[in-house]
Design a protein around this ligand. Structure first.
Ligand code: ATP
Ligand code: MG
Length: 178
């Protein structure tokens, strides 16, 4: 499984539709300070269901919507879609390609889509359990996070190992059954 593309439209500094396409291997995003590099990683965390505006470096969820500049008017909604190659069926869904999308309006209204079908946040979470990709996964290591992992409580570190060992889905199912 690998990330094939990220589409952003009205998300943070991305006023209009932009599609980042990736191939196998390593991609580096470079640019001057404040040009939007970290916003790309924020977009991925957001589409995976991040609920905390603070961890997206904002104060409220509306802050993810393009707020306008002197030359451009603000957008009414933010949209992000990531497409993953799933030809090895790492994700428990019967498609070779999986697109997860999220949209939020200024009114606060929002929705998630999995391959175009309106889905619950819960469905997005369970799609990525034990893959390391979820919003709590280790596939995105933010600035300062290494320190947090090293200095974290044993229980928090345990969650990381559970994810890597692939037992999160069993624990979640058990909790739901109880
Ligand atoms: P650095 O090299 O300093 O880490 P960076 O390339 O990671 O910089 P980001 O933090 O991704 O930069 O981008 C910050 C920019 O995004 C700022 O200029 C900020 O004004 C802009 N930005 C953030 N949220 C919005 C928004 N809702 N609307 C418009 N612009 C936004
Ligand atoms: Mg940055």
């Amino acid at each position: 499984m690998y990330l094939k593309s990220i589409e952003v439209n009205g998300f943070k500094s991305f006023a209009n539709k932009i599609v980042f396409k990736f191939n196998h291997g390593i991609t580096c995003i470079v640019g001057p300070n404040g040009s939007g590099k970290s916003n790309v990683a924020d977009a991925v965390r957001w589409v995976l269901g991040e609920q905390s505006a603070k961890s997206l470096r904002g104060s409220k969820m509306e802050d993810v919507i393009f707020s306008g500049t002197q030359l451009r008017k603000p957008q009414g909604s933010a949209y992000v879609a990531i497409t993953l190659d799933n030809s090895d069926h790492s994700l428990p869904i019967d498609y070779n390609e999986v697109t997860v999308a999220r949209r939020v309006y200024r009114s606060g209204e929002s929705e998630y889509l999995i391959n175009g079908t309106v889905s619950r946040l819960k469905d997005v979470y369970s799609l990525f359990f034990d893959t390391g990709i979820g919003k709590e996964g280790y596939s995105i290591i933010g600035q300062g996070q290494i320190e947090k992992i090293l200095n974290g409580k044993p229980e928090e570190r345990r969650e990381l190992f559970d994810e890597a060992a692939g037992i999160v889905k069993f624990k979640k199912n058990k909790a739901a059954a109880e």
